[in-house]
Ligand binder design. Sequence first.
Ligand code: XIL
Length: 511
Amino acid sequence: MALVKRCRPTRAGGLPALLVGALAVATTLTGGPAHAAGQGTLHELAAAQGRYFGSATDNPELPDAAYAATLGSEFGQITPGNSMKWDTTEPVRGQFDFTKGDVVTDFARQHGQTVRGHTLVWHNQLPGWVGALPSAQVEAAMTHHITEEATHYRGVVSAWDVVNEPFNEDGTFRTSPFYTAMGSDYIATALRAAHAADPDAKLYINDYNVEGRGAKSDALYALVSDLIDKGVPLDGVGMQAHLAVQYGFPYQMQANMQRFADLGLDVAVTELDVRMPLPADAAKTATQTAYYRQVTEACLAVARCVGITVWDYTDTYSWVPGTFPGEGAANLYDENLRPKAAYSAVRTALGGDDGSGEGGDPGALKAQYRSSDASVGDNQIKPGLQLVNTGGTAVSLSDVTVRYWFSSENGASTYSTWCDWTPIGCSNVTHRVAAASTPKAGADHYLEVGFAGGTLAPGATTGEIQLRLNKTDWSNFNESDDYSHGAGTSYADASRIAVYAGGELVWGIEP
Ligand code: XIL
């Protein structure tokens, strides 16, 4: 997708419900005030809904100027990915070093961003000296660490992940030097120490796999209920939301958030990413896009969901490939800092446009196909194709193309192509045959269909496009083994027909 991050030009007037001609699109894409309704950054869109939209970052990334530019402009909140953790801030007992964390908070201040502090008490990235302490000294060491760090960042950090990942998957407490020394009381002790050091910071317990209902979130619910009953200072629950397309969407996420909110707590999505087994394909990308959209919708549906933080915004700096071998592509932007379909989906879920500057979410397009040709062995191929916009915003068709793959068999290497009929007018449809750059059995050529322009309204379809092609020597095909061929005679979703927007695959599986 040719997504551009800038103050997008506005569109004049409303769009007719179906297809708008090419000229109408061309004339409405120029000029207009910046940041009209639906425009602005992710954070501006979230802020209009009373939320923030943030990103994690890390010190080695900040010298990357292109990265830092988007980090500083698109996001309203920053979480340091590593530089406030115990192994960085107190590697040796009593010797504190906030240099790296300060670099991140300086960046945030320069860009008008709030900071979530991450994290004071965690079993990981914990220097060895803590675990080596005699049990009787752990509480004093923990309290001292919290006091020093939370005092240092007082007035700078607006919310702290005071305790990170206290639970096992089955809802029992995780063993750590803190749990071993103090039992689960360490959590209340840590929260009280943080509150004493910075009474204005919002204090959170943060964990993963607590986004949906289940044993782990039930345990968290029981814990925070108990802490509230005891008057322990606690403001919110952080749901990390490290999701994966192969594990499904968290069970009843919105209802789960709501039950924490109903206790009087804030809820934050603190580390969102949606990884997938590599290589990415259209189906995995569609699932990822849906998950990002659903998380955003869940947060917006819960009044006390205060915001969303992605665990860095680009695949370039994702923790996923290093932690989950063979998985990746988890972030809103790709490794070239280009926003993905997930970015558009989050924007539209936040009430904005899709960010393309052209209107619409091309990721919402799907292809349908029927065979208009009962004879698979004659000298013509006659696919019927149509596009459907399943999204909530109008999609510009000017850079959309559709591919139908077939095998040429023997015979001429030149082709004639035809649009026989379509309700949008064959003059609005372009068509050609091209040789596949990587020929496969059943797919050494493809018919490519494009559009002179126009816009597909939400829920609208182009209507059928009756296409036809033949070799210029009129020799026969054998369509039965063609990659995109199907026998169905009424329109149905077709995963073997690909749809591209701006050259990027948005629907279907390539051969
Ligand atoms: C990760 C960082 O992103 C990595 O750079 C580091 O090597 C390991 O930690 N849950 C958390 C985060 O709470 O602190 C983790 O961050 C990701 C999982």
